[in-house]
Design a protein. Structure first.
Length: 215
């Protein structure tokens, strides 16, 4: 929707129709950029997801104005390669949020749909999740030591309850043919499956016997 204005109630749900105006009573002007991708679906993939990724994840810049040079050599990070190797690439997105000491929330999303690869429809993705978490631990702590006792719990999309509790409390809607189509939550402790357009959220706790912790 470009201007978010309709002249009257269209009878399709809203009790009060939307007619956004500025302080002078004029319709709000909306600046927008539209991307049109013209391509042969039998020869290449649509660039829709690439544009979406760039819009969602703009470049981040970090500056250090108090850098002190020392003779000690830094350690090159390999986390970027680890992310790609684990399956976080192309149409798969991952976001992590700190929760507590050694506790993070991880959100995984497959933004692909069935039309993304033309005559070769995109399929689900498999993420080497536990291995990736080990690489995150090593990258944050600068040590080639595995984290102890990584506990992984799948949560609801909002991250506020365990997936088992969400299933129990969820209303089971039936279709006209009385078929209840359940969403599977397969996770074998190592790999996470992401079907097309799927979002999954996990709470991860890193156990440790020393002072190391995930930064």
């Amino acid at each position: 929707m470009q201007n978010r204005r309709i002249p009257a109630d269209d009878g399709r749900g809203m009790g009060e129709w939307l007619d956004e105006k500025d302080e002078l009573g004029r319709g709000i002007r909306v600046s927008a950029t539209y991307h049109i991708d013209l391509f042969n679906s039998t020869e290449r993939q649509s660039r829709q997801r690439l544009v979406q990724q760039r819009q969602d994840d703009a470049p981040h810049y970090f500056f250090n104005f108090d850098l002190q040079k020392t003779a000690q050599k830094g350690e090159a990070t390999t986390l970027g390669k680890a992310l790609s190797y684990a399956g976080i690439k192309n149409n798969v997105k991952m976001v992590s949020f700190p929760v507590d000491r050694n506790v993070i929330t991880v959100r995984l999303e497959n933004i692909a749909d069935i039309n993304d690869l033309g005559e070769n429809p995109a399929k689900g993705e498999r993420i080497a999740f536990k291995w990736l978490l080990q690489q995150m631990w090593k990258s944050a702590n600068g040590a080639d030591i595995d984290a102890k006792d990584i506990t992984i719990k799948e949560k609801s999309l909002t991250g506020n309850m365990d997936i088992e509790e969400m299933r129990e409390r969820k209303i089971q809607w039936k279709t006209k043919d009385k078929v209840n189509r359940k969403i599977t939550h397969r996770f074998d402790g190592q790999y996470v499956d992401l079907e097309l357009q799927r979002i999954r959220v996990f709470e991860v706790t890193f156990g440790s016997t020393d002072d190391r912790f995930l930064q």
